[in-house]
Design a protein around this ligand. Structure first.
Ligand SMILES: Cc1cc2nc3c(=O)[nH]c(=O)nc-3n(C[C@H](O)[C@H](O)[C@H](O)COP(=O)(O)O)c2cc1C
Length: 328
C-alpha cells in the first residue's frame, strides 16, 4: 500500500509511539491485530544512559516482526547519529526521529517538538542521521510550534530534502499539548506539500473517523495512539472498514478475556514478575474501563502482587461477567 524505503506496508493503520505503553508485548499484540507498522518507545540519544533498566527493555526487539522501527529523541546532531548507528547495530530496520513529543529537554538540550522552532537545527539533525545509517529514517512532528508559528509544511520540505522516507504528523502545535481537536486541514496541507508518505495522527478513535481522515488529508495511513490502549483490536476494525466498507462487530467478552490473559502473560514474561505485575495494572485498567463493574474490579486488582493472582482475578472477573450476561 505504501513504501518506507525497501519495506512495503500493507495496512493503512499504524501504532503511534507511546513511552510507557508501546513496549514490545504491546507492539507485538498490535501487529497481530493488524497494525501495519509499530514504533518503539523513544530512547534517548545519550547512549551512556542505555545501561539503565528502562532503556534495556526499550532496546529489546527479540522476536519482533519486520520492519522494526525504533524512535530516538535528542537535540544534538552527532549524538543522534551515534544513537541511530547503535540502534541499527541492535536490530533497528527503521530509525524514527521524535520531534512530536512535548518533552522539553533531553540532556539539557531542546528535544522532541521543542526543536521545531529551530529549522536549521532540524535540518542538521535530519541530515546527520540520514547520512549515518543505511536504513530508512522517518520523522514524527506536530503541525508547528504554536498557533502563530505553524511551520509544519516548512519542516516537511526540510525533511523530504534531507532524505526522510515518511513523516508522521500529530495535528496539534507544540503549545496545544493535548488540548483542542486535532486539525486535519494542517495535516492535509503538509501531505500536499511533499511526496513521501505522510501519516495523520491525533484523536482517531473509530473506523469511520480513520476513513474520513484518510480521505480528508490524502495521507498514506492513520497513526493511532491513545485509542489503542486497552483496545488493540481497533487495528483489525479499521482495516476491515477500509477494505470492506462494513463495521466488524466488537469483540465478545470471551475474546477480550483471551487477548487480555495472553497480554498479561507476555508482560509478566518480558519484565519479570515484579515489574510485569505493576505494568499490567494500567493495561488492565484500560481494557476494563468501559465494562460494568470494571472500576471496582480495578481497585482490587491493583492490590494483587503476583502474576498468578492477577491471571486468576481476570479469569474470575470474566467468568462472573459472562455468567451474569447469560442469566440476563
Ligand atoms: C502516554 C503517551 C506517551 C507518548 N510517548 C511518545 C513518544 O515516546 N514519542 C512520540 O513521538 N510521541 C509520543 N506520544 C504522542 C503520541 O505518539 C501521539 O502523537 C499522540 O498521543 C496523539 O495521538 P492520539 O490522539 O491517537 O493519542 C505519547 C503519547 C502518550 C499519550
Amino acid at each position: 500500500m505504501f513504501q518506507i524505503g525497501p519495506y512495503s506496508i500493507d495496512s493503512q493503520v499504524i501504532l503511534a509511539p507511546m513511552a510507557g505503553v508501546t513496549d514490545r508485548p504491546f507492539r507485538q499484540l498490535c501487529r497481530r491485530m493488524g497494525a501495519g507498522l509499530v514504533v518503539s518507545e523513544m530512547v534517548t540519544s545519550d547512549t551512556r544512559l542505555w545501561k539503565s533498566r528502562k532503556s534495556s527493555y526499550r532496546l529489546d526487539h527479540t522476536g519482533e516482526a519486520e520492519p522494526r522501527s525504533v524512535q530516538i529523541a535528542g537535540g544534538d546532531p552527532n549524538m543522534m547519529a551515534e544513537a541511530a548507528i547503535m540502534n541499527v547495530e541492535r536490530g533497528a530496520q527503521i530509525i524514527d526521529i521524535n520531534m512530536g513529543c512535548p518533552a522539553k529537554k533531553v540532556c539539557n538540550k531542546a528535544a522532541g517538538s521543542a526543536l521545531l522552532k529551530d529549522e536549521p537545527l532540524v535540518a542538521a539533525i535530519l541530515n546527520s542521521v540520514v547520512q549515518s545509517v543505511d536504513v530508512p529514517v522517518t520523522l514524527k512532528i506536530r503541525t508547528g510550534w504554536d498557533q502563530n508559528n505553524r511551520n509544519g509544511t516548512q519542516i516537511a520540505r526540510i525533511a523530504e530534502d534531507a532524505g526522510i522516507k515518511a513523516l508522521a504528523v500529530h495535528g496539534r502545535t507544540r503549545s496545544c499539548g493535548y488540548r483542542g481537536d486535532a486539525e486535519y486541514d494542517s495535516i492535509a496541507d503538509i501531505a500536499n506539500t511533499i511526496s513521501i508518505p505522510v501519516f495523520a495522527n491525533g484523536d482517531i478513535t473509530t473506523p469511520e473517523k480513520a476513513k474520513w481522515v484518510l480521505q480528508h488529508t490524502g495521507c498514506s495511513a492513520v497513526m493511532i495512539g491513545r485509542a489503542a490502549q486497552g483496545r488493540p483490536w481497533l487495528f483489525r476494525e479499521i482495516n476491515h472498514y477500509l477494505r470492506q466498507g462494513t463495521l466488524l462487530p466488537p469483540p465478545g467478552l470471551g475474546e477480550i478475556r483471551q487477548i487480555l490473559l495472553a497480554h498479561l502473560q507476555e508482560l509478566h514474561t518480558f519484565y519479570g514478575e515484579y515489574m510485569g505485575v505493576r505494568i499490567a495494572r494500567k493495561h488492565v485498567g484500560w481494557y476494563l474501563q468501559h465494562e460494568p463493574g470494571g472500576s471496582d474490579f480495578r481497585k482490587q486488582f491493583n492490590q494483587l502482587e503476583t502474576a498468578a493472582d492477577q491471571a486468576a482475578a481476570i479469569e474470575a472477573f470474566f467468568e462472573d461477567t459472562l455468567t451474569k450476561g447469560a442469566a440476563a
